[in-house]
Design a protein around this ligand. Sequence first.
Ligand SMILES: *Cc1c(COP(=O)(O)O)cnc(C)c1O
Length: 379
Amino acid sequence: MPNMSKSEANIEETVLEIDLNALAHNYHFLKSKIEPTTKMMAVVKAFGYGSDSVEVSKELVTLGIDYFAVAYAHEGEKLRENGIRTPILVLHSLPGNFDIILNKCLEPSIYSLKILKEFIAFAEEHQQKEYPIHIKFNTGLNRLGFSEFDIEEILAILSKTKSVKVKSVFSHLAASEDLSEKEFTLTQIEKFTFYSNQFIQKLEYQPLQHMLNTSGILNYPEAQFDMVRTGIGLYGFGNDPKFDIHLKPIGELKTIISQIHEVPKGESLGYNRAFTASKDTKTATLPLGHADGISRIYGNGAGWVTIHGKKALIVGNVCMDMIMVDVTGIDCKEGDEVLLFGGNPTADSIATSAKTISYELITAISQRVNRVFKRKHKS
Ligand SMILES: *Cc1c(COP(=O)(O)O)cnc(C)c1O
């Protein structure tokens, strides 16, 4: 007879539960770290760090967020199509996206003379007046941004057009979470102050200045300027245990046990026979795999799941749609609930045990996983 006993899980498949009250809590915590007059830009790129950019953004609008940032134009387009009317900065604008940017009233980051000239040409062609753009300076990350030697030319180009207007000047820190790099970070802040002031002095108006990401807010609040850009903090991670305790991870990834196997000593399990039982082993097969965002790096004991409060290591290779975990000695059955990450353990602790970072694990959770929205934590 099949086991018809009632499942202990209140879910029936893999879900990512998003706690909007935890988001509010994190928002208020980060707000408390900056001056009341400092604006806050929420970074909702990569599907809101793997949660859901639309629902998260709607909640942040209710909370009073000043600005959004996305990496790419189509991420901003999605927000517009779902009724978000707050200004949206596109951190990595590309010439091929200018039409989306203009059509959806998105605001491009301008990081090179080439893209400045091309955007101005596009804006003029479309009869734009004072279209908001954001000038990005490179101060040491060496990824995107103008150098100080471009300042005169940017100003010369801007002086010849009315089609665009600089809404902000910004830069990005390379190691704001790493206090052993404090000297480097302070140099970046100094450079930004110098470049942006030099630039702004020669404009006839006052754009916003901003530089800090989450760890910047927490470690260098003196450099908050007019606005801060927070991503990971809103989702519940402070890149340091001393900040993590004040934040609440908003996402909880859960699944259920599909099947239990008794693997006798000496038998192998999974693809490429990566695991061989050194003793009689009980395993549970779970309905999520690397296509859901559980990378192969979590296989072979690097990652684990939690079942009835007990740790069960991932055994063998992670498959596309499944993982197997060692549940020897854990009282569990098919249909029982399994926690991948949430408040305890956090995505950060699972990621760290596999030598990666929370950012990578949470943003990887694929669109195949259903998102469910809750209001769990009391703020
Ligand atoms: C992603 C990103 C951020 C947000 O960083 P967090 O560490 O998640 O707060 C801020 N600024 C820029 C330019 C970014 O690319």
